[in-house]
Design a protein around this ligand. Structure first.
Ligand code: BGC
Length: 706
């Protein structure tokens, strides 16, 4: 290969360089000053799919590429390709890794048939600030839950052997993209390396241990240097410490942004910095394509780095089988045979059912009898826009709205919109009140439109829009049971709403079959079983709020309300408690934790511990419990979180039965990062806490000995 050909492999193009199956350079693309020859040398492209289209582009490309090295097709397949599953945050709420694995497997099956080789997923960025719009793409605020879901997702996408029905998984965004200051998109991230290693690094590590073949850099700064130019992050941590051998790709134009960040003088400098940091593929900034050739002529080390990056990309193409069959067996027939299969649509529905979180159910108003006269109200009631962001191949026009499914499930349904997401028409409001007046129960579908979740959708006020709150006040004034179903890609502040609602169900953005899933929950065909993967705050000022905060020198006791001392870590105008804690979610069954015991009270550092818990179902309905086990180290080298999830089990608890749930805990779960940034298991006293959410816990003590 010539140096130019190698540099070509390092270039990722956007979809607009290919039109009608051929390479083109028109309109805004001319600004990059690259030739058609460069396009036919580029190693990869993003955002193109469809068997017919991909075949045509690959064929034309191979006819022009001197060495006949196939083009790699990448895309964001985040929660489904055409069968759309609930958004990743909702999948986090399932606390069910087998569901996540299956979702990724089906997504890979469909996407690979559509010609995609690599998906830019999963996003495993730990998130704690719901102002940030991309919390919808993560599994939430907990490092362990994130790690479990990261592993499941990578394994689901890639399968055991990366067959033609799999895609390679690109884990993103390395690193700590989920911690932008003030929740503002693309903003500075400034966390200590200690904290980074304690809480943010584990999920990326798990994804890499699960053999993810690619990693994407993040847009943000970390430890003072943008990730895309951060040698410590990429060389020392990612490559050396985590032993990542795969392809490192920049995020969209992130190499170009090094100039804007002010760490590179120009694009040529940016190209050198990114290459030195170990970035193999330049996603659409054209820095590599335009400038690396000059650096390579002057510097043998640059050529060496180009060789290493090229080799990694060619190895990826080889693993994907592109040298045997550059089309990976795609055809329109195969595509037709696998897209939106009824059984996979049913799985999307089951995933949605498992993900929805019931936050309130006063007087057991839910489930509803099928003969109940329903007033269905709200901006989210009659729209197919419930797929969520990053579902570019999903079709809202073909997606059933909640209203239409409810009409199948209930005998009397009357609908009035009442308000838009952000606007209120007095006539519509009046009609909604009239319709509600004639009903037994009001079901209001509220929330945020899907365009207000995902990338570049940071929000400074997480209350429901005022128009919808006005609608709720009017409906609540009718003094009828008011059930609120909320479409959201993030925690919202529901403090006022909670007082007016009889029941609250978080439906997230539930995907292709979300309407059927909600109806099944409302009519009791299915009992809700989702648990919050992120804390729901009481007020904006509490943000960021998360369950596993560190202990302070002046902690409050169980609840700030009980603490009369002024000089404590608390607010003077707000409780420290969230409105709904991490891990919380109601079911229709009556589930209780009956007992918790440890098989021993003292263990050695290389021992295992059994924690035996019993969960009782004292109702006539089957239920699902997510039994959660948390740990707290009493004395450590560094401060320790008040509690930290170390394992959970999602279990069926049949009606009127008690089930035993056993945790087999290895002391490796007690590892903490010391002040010298090393991982260690300390001897000493530990609290072991078990419960059905992160707040209501039964505590036992354990001594770990040397
Ligand atoms: C996002 C990435 C995504 C990429 C390609 C960027 O703006 O941050 O998550 O994979 O675009 O679509």
């Amino acid at each position: 290969m010539t140096v130019e050909e190698k540099i070509g492999q390092l270039l990722q193009l956007s979809a607009d360089f290919f039109d009608d199956g051929k390479a083109v350079i028109t309109g805004p693309m001319t600004q990059h000053k690259i030739s058609l020859e460069t396009v036919y040398n580029a190693g990869s492209v993003l955002g193109i799919s469809g068997a017919k289209k991909v075949r045509r582009i690959q064929k034309d490309y191979l006819e022009h590429n001197r060495l006949k090295i196939p083009l790699l097709f990448m895309a964001d397949i985040v929660h489904g390709y055409q069968t759309i599953f609930p958004i990743p945050l909702a999948l986090g709420a399932t606390f069910d890794s087998s569901t996540v694995k299956e979702v990724s497997k089906i997504s890979a099956l469909e996407a690979s048939a559509g010609g995609i080789h690599v998906t830019f997923a999963p996003m495993v960025d730990l998130v704690r600030d719901p102002r940030w719009g991309r919390v919808m793409e993560s599994a939430g605020e907990d490092p362990y839950l994130n790690s479990v879901m990261a592993e499941a997702s990578v394994k689901g996408f890639q399968g055991d052997h990366l067959s033609l029905e799999n895609v390679a998984s690109c884990v993103k965004h390395f690193a700590a993209y989920g911690a932008p200051e003030a929740g503002r998109e693309y903003n500075t991230v400034d966390i200590s390396e200690w904290r980074f290693r304690e809480q943010y690094l584990p999920a990326y590590t798990k994804a890499i241990e699960s053999q993810a073949l690619l990693v994407m850099t993040s847009f943000n700064v970390l430890f003072g240097v943008p990730a895309t130019a951060n040698r410590h992050l990429m060389r020392d941590i990612l490559r050396q410490e985590l032993k990542f051998k795969g392809v490192l790709i920049s995020d969209w134009d992130a190499i170009g942004e090094l100039v804007v960040h002010g760490v590179a003088g120009d694009l040529r400098h940016a190209a050198d910095l990114a290459l030195e940091a170990g970035v193999d593929i330049d996603m659409v900034s054209f820095a590599y394509a335009q400038y690396l050739i000059h650096s390579a002529k002057l510097n043998r080390k640059t050529e060496q780095l180009i060789n290493e990056a090229t080799l990694r990309i060619l190895e990826l193409k080889d693993k994907l089988g592109l040298f045997e069959d550059p089309y990976r067996g795609i055809s329109e027939e195969r595509e037709f045979a696998v897209l939106k299969l009824p059984e996979n649509m049913t799985k999307a529905q089951h995933a949605a059912e498992k993900s929805m979180v019931l936050l309130k159910n006063q007087d057991n108003i839910l489930p509803l009898n099928k003969h109940t006269k329903l007033a269905v109200i709200g901006p989210a009631a009659n729209t197919g826009e419930i797929l969520g962001s990053w579902s570019w191949q999903g079709n809202p026009d073909e997606t059933e709205p909640y209203l239409s499914a409810l009409l199948r499930h209930f005998e009397y349904v009357n609908y009035a919109k009442g308000s838009g997401y952000h606007n209120l028409d007095p006539e519509e409001l009046k009609k909604a009140v009239e319709v509600s007046y004639r009903a037994d129960v009001i079901v209001a579908f509220l929330g945020l439109p899907q365009s207000e979740s995902g990338e570049a959708t940071s929000i400074s006020d997480l209350h429901l829009p005022i128009e919808q709150r006005k609608l709720v006040s009017k409906l609540a004034a009718l003094n009828k049971p008011l059930i609120i179903v909320i479409n959201t890609g993030r925690p919202l502040i529901l403090t006022d709403l909670e007082k007016m609602a009889t029941a609250i169900l978080i439906s997230w953005f539930p995907g292709s079959r979300g309407a059927e899933a909600v109806s099944n929950i409302l009519d009791g065909t299915v009992s809700p079983s989702g648990k919050l993967p992120m804390t729901f705050p009481r007020s904006m000022g509490q943000i960021p709020i998360y369950y596993n905060s560190y202990i302070t020198g002046r902690p409050i006791s169980e609840s700030s309300a009980n603490d009369s001392n002024h000089y404590l870590s608390k607010y003077i105008d707000e409780s420290n408690d969230p409105l709904y804690p991490f891990g919380f979610g109601l079911t229709y069954a009556n589930l209780n934790l009956k007992s918790v015991s440890l098989d021993k009270n003292q263990i050695y550092r290389d021992d295992n511990l059994k924690i035996i818990s019993k969960v009782e179902n004292s109702s006539n309905r089957d239920g699902v419990a997510v039994v959660q086990c948390y740990v707290h180290q009493e004395i450590g080298d560094t401060v320790r979180p008040i509690k930290q999830l170390i394992e959970f089990h999602r279990v069926n608890v049949p009606a009127n039965k008690t089930v035993t749930v056993t945790f087999n805990i290895s002391t490796r779960k007690f590892v903490s990062i010391h002040a010298d940034l090393r991982k260690k298991i300390d001897s000493g006293k530990y609290k072991i806490m078990v419960g059905l959410d992160s707040q209501d816990l039964t505590t036992r003590y354990l001594f770990v000995k040397n």
